[in-house]
Design a protein around this ligand. Structure first.
Ligand SMILES: Cc1ncc(COP(=O)(O)O)c(C=O)c1O
Length: 357
């Protein structure tokens, strides 16, 4: 028998990215919104869908959507690039500025897709470490940037899976280094709206900085697949060359535009989730746990007396699913819980205190 065709090495060696789903009563493992978007939004979208010209391609440059997103951040459409989820935004950035013979700096522990998408696009990974408390260590950043001169440098703030928000002074420090080494700084703010601080204030026409956001978390629209970045117009126009023609379908564009009419509801939802996160952090800190301060819609924690995998299993036995980070490098025995509804959080806290007793 002839041997089968082989994929590229960077694909053949890859595990793929998986987040296992298990049927449970309380699902707190993927940082989604615990509630659907507002009823009025869903009704308006259903009505708008009736007017879609299904036989026509979508607005190729998603001009209306990009200008509405731009308004949200005080910039024009030419500074916004939108795609099918922020993962596709990150991938497009790497297809444009990474690739064979180029590198991307990543400071672990951080969002696994930054390294995964780098490898997938044949961009070599320039690996650095975060410092004490998973905060940025500018000496380490300088070491990686001086040695590797990466084409793209990734930060994630608030960081997934630690929840830690980088200080604006630290991000500005990294930006200065990236600017002088000729690279692009990408700050992934998938959880930015849950935090009191954003890197958006550092954006500028000639600043090689992009800030990535998603509709999947705060806008409660993970099912729609929509994310975007804000950056300099010259950079956005390079990304537009790389995106597939008509990559954003008409319904996704409509959903993205309509959602922005409900920003007050979104802000109210964020406040409730932040209050619930603070409650989780406070109650967990009183247990036999190490808990990291979070600026996101999840909390990273480690039990002092029980192995992470055991704790994860015992929560699962109580029909509570959290993310098991226990075997991830640098996160030994850590678990991550997504903030749910008040009732889901009650169930989680109850299960947790029962197991730790
Ligand atoms: C830090 C970070 N960036 C990006 C994403 C991808 O989000 P999406 O592709 O749904 O926009 C996630 C999803 O969990 C994330 O945690």
């Amino acid at each position: 028998m002839k041997s089968r065709p082989q994929p590229r090495n960077s694909v053949a060696l890859m595990q793929g990215y998986h987040s296992p789903q298990v049927e449970v009563e309380v699902r707190l493992n993927t940082n989604e919104s615990p509630e659907p978007p507002p009823e009025a939004f869903r009704a308006a979208l259903a009505q708008a869908i009736n007017t879609v010209d299904w036989h026509r391609y979508p607005d190729r440059s998603a001009e209306h959507l990009r200008s509405r997103i731009g308004e949200l951040h005080g910039v024009g459409a030419e500074q916004v690039f939108a795609a099918n989820g922020s993962n596709e935004v990150l991938q497009t950035l790497l297809l444009t500025y990474g690739g064979a013979g180029r590198s991307a700096a990543i400071f672990e522990p951080t969002y696994a897709l930054h390294a995964h998408l780098s490898r997938l696009t044949d961009t070599s990974v320039a690996l650095g470490e975060r410092g004490w408390g998973f905060c940025l260590d500018l000496t380490e950043v300088a070491r990686v940037l001086e040695q590797r001169k990466p084409d793209v440098t990734f930060l994630c703030s608030p960081n997934n899976p630690t929840g830690v928000t980088d200080t604006l002074a630290d991000v500005a420090g990294v930006l200065e280094m990236v600017t002088s080494s000729g690279g692009v700084l990408c700050v992934d703010e998938a959880y930015g709206e849950f935090s009191t601080q954003s890197t958006m204030s550092l954006l500028g026409a000639e600043v090689p900085l992009v800030v990535v956001r998603t509709y999947s978390k705060t806008w409660a629209m993970a099912g729609a697949r929509l994310g975007y970045l804000v950056g300099p117009a010259w950079l956005v126009s390079e990304l537009l060359k790389v995106a597939l023609p008509y990559h954003l379908d008409t319904v996704t564009q409509l959903a993205g535009i309509l959602a922005l009419d409900y920003s007050d509801e979104m802000a109210a939802r964020v406040s409730c989730l932040v209050a619930q996160r603070q409650r989780l952090e406070a109650e967990m800190a009183a247990m036999d746990l190490e808990v990291w301060p979070s600026g996101a819609n999840f909390v990273l924690f480690r039990a002092k007396e029980i192995a992470g995998a055991d704790l994860w299993n015992q929560l699962l036995e109580r029909s509570v699913l959290v993310r098991n980070c226990a075997v991830w490098p640098r996160l030994q025995n850590c678990l991550r819980v997504t903030v749910g509804t008040p009732t889901e959080n009650d169930r989680f806290l109850e299960a947790l205190s029962e197991v730790l007793k």
